[in-house]
Design a protein around this ligand. Structure first.
Ligand SMILES: C[S@@+](CC[C@H](N)C(=O)[O-])C[C@H]1O[C@@H](n2cnc3c(N)ncnc32)[C@H](O)[C@@H]1O
Length: 408
């Protein structure tokens, strides 16, 4: 791999208050403050700040408190062990890939014997860290000087400094030819929040796609809501959920991937479903004894028809991703329910039925209904020892309530 010394831009950290504050955090005094703040209660922040300011400079105390807050937020993505050793910026923690997803992606590259990756738009290093942990040397590039410094600090803090070379530069100026693969995670947030137009990403999706097509292998992280028409035929598209929530989508390019295929991967199990091409529309029919809610990654990858076939079922409505069948079916890709009642939508009827059955705990699921679950629960005035699940949906176009309970 082409090893170039880590570069910092011409301006030094002393010209930039945010970088100066970050540098102060990495001194022994800063490290000690951060260690002290590890388990602090955010509710006591004012009292903690007042106490610490008696013995430490005020700017250092506020930088440490800010970093402690970011670390607490980062635990959900990185786990406590890593999060309390790492550093973050507010944007960095927001945009970083969670460990589970980054590790899955890194494992796919490692499985194809990829030996070096240019991580273009590395942020605070979420993906670079996972790639390095999979044994792959990484060039990690970000044009924001503070973010690049934070990525470098993270590589060092996690003992990965030998495998991650951080460069502060514009990715459009990087020669990726020496690398086995490129990974691009464009910034999808700007000053005004989330950016929906892929050409407004930084760098634009068209640039990222061109960079991906030039490399022997590549991965592009994209928003899970990307329209399928925007995905070129050269890419394998993968939607990834973790714990049932869709986290992101990734486009894979190059040898070892399946151009044109759509794939859904469920973490933490890693169960993966895929189809080489768009599937024909599944059958639609009456609600049977069982109802299945596919994982969001399966829905996004348009693979519901595959599950319909596997369970010998049908959809309850051609526009709704609820599958129904007459036989029980078990699969990691669906949550199954036994349906006891099917009624036209009516708050009044639902309330009467729940009262009669003494339902005190109601889980509300909906697809194709504008009703707010919280509002519905409030209006039901639930009481009693029983529990139930209600699906607010459309059946053959008609607003319908399906009542039941989870299988197993
Ligand atoms: C979505 S974040 C990357 C998150 C990263 N994958 C992680 O897991 O931590 C995108 C990053 O791209 C950087 N960026 C945007 N445009 C860039 C460009 N033209 N050159 C280099 N970096 C850029 C931003 O500064 C931001 O840190």
């Amino acid at each position: 791999m082409d090893r170039v010394n880590a570069t910092t831009p011409a301006a030094s950290s002393s010209d930039d208050p945010a970088r100066a504050a970050f540098a102060a955090l990495r001194t022994p005094e800063g490290e000690q403050l951060l260690a002290e703040l590890r388990d602090h209660d955010p509710a006591d922040e004012l009292a903690t700040a007042t106490r610490l300011r008696r013995t430490h400079p005020a700017e250092l105390v506020s930088a440490a408190l800010g970093q402690a807050r970011l670390r607490q937020r980062a635990v959900a993505k990185f786990g406590a062990e890593d999060a309390y050793r790492m550093f973050f910026t507010p944007n960095g923690v927001e945009q970083a890939t969670r460990t589970s997803v980054a590790a899955h992606r890194a494992a796919r590259f490692a499985g194809l014997d990829v030996r070096s990756v240019a991580d273009l738009c590395c942020g605070i290093g979420g993906d670079a860290i996972a790639l390095a942990r999979a044994g792959i040397p990484v060039l990690a590039v970000d044009r924001d000087p503070l973010t690049a410094e934070v990525a470098r600090a993270n590589a060092e803090a996690l003992g990965l400094g030998e495998l991650i070379e951080v460069r502060c530069a514009d990715v459009t100026e990087i020669d990726t030819a020496p690398y086995d693969a490129v990974f691009v995670d464009p910034a999808r947030r700007g000053g005004r929040g989330r950016i929906f137009d892929p050409e407004a990403y930084s760098p634009p999706l068209s640039w990222a796609t061109a960079a991906a097509l030039k490399a022997p292998r590549a991965a592009l992280k994209i928003a899970p809501g990307i329209p399928h028409e925007a995905i070129g035929p050269e890419a394998e598209a993968e939607w990834i959920s973790d714990g049932g929530d869709v986290k992101e989508a990734v486009l894979w390019y190059g040898e070892g991937f399946a151009p044109g295929a759509f794939r859904a991967t469920l973490l933490p199990s890693g169960a993966a479903l895929s189809a080489p091409a768009p599937l024909p529309a599944p059958p639609v029919g009456p609600v049977g004894r069982y109802l299945y809610e596919p994982d969001g990654a399966v829905i996004r990858a348009h693979l519901v028809a595959d599950l319909v076939e596997r369970c010998g079922g049908r959809l309850v409505d051609e526009t709704i991703a609820y599958i129904t069948s007459d036989e029980p079916y078990s699969s990691p890709y669906v949550a199954g329910y036994e349906i006891t009642d099917e009624l036209p939508f009516s708050m009044k009827r639902l309330k009467a039925l729940l009262r009669e059955r003494q339902i005190g705990v109601l889980t509300v699921k909906k697809r194709g209904s504008a009703v707010e679950p919280e509002e519905l629960r409030r209006r039901m005035k639930l009481s009693g020892p029983g529990s139930a699940t209600v699906f607010l949906t459309r059946v053959a176009g008609a607003p319908t309530m399906l009542i039941g309970h989870p299988l197993g």
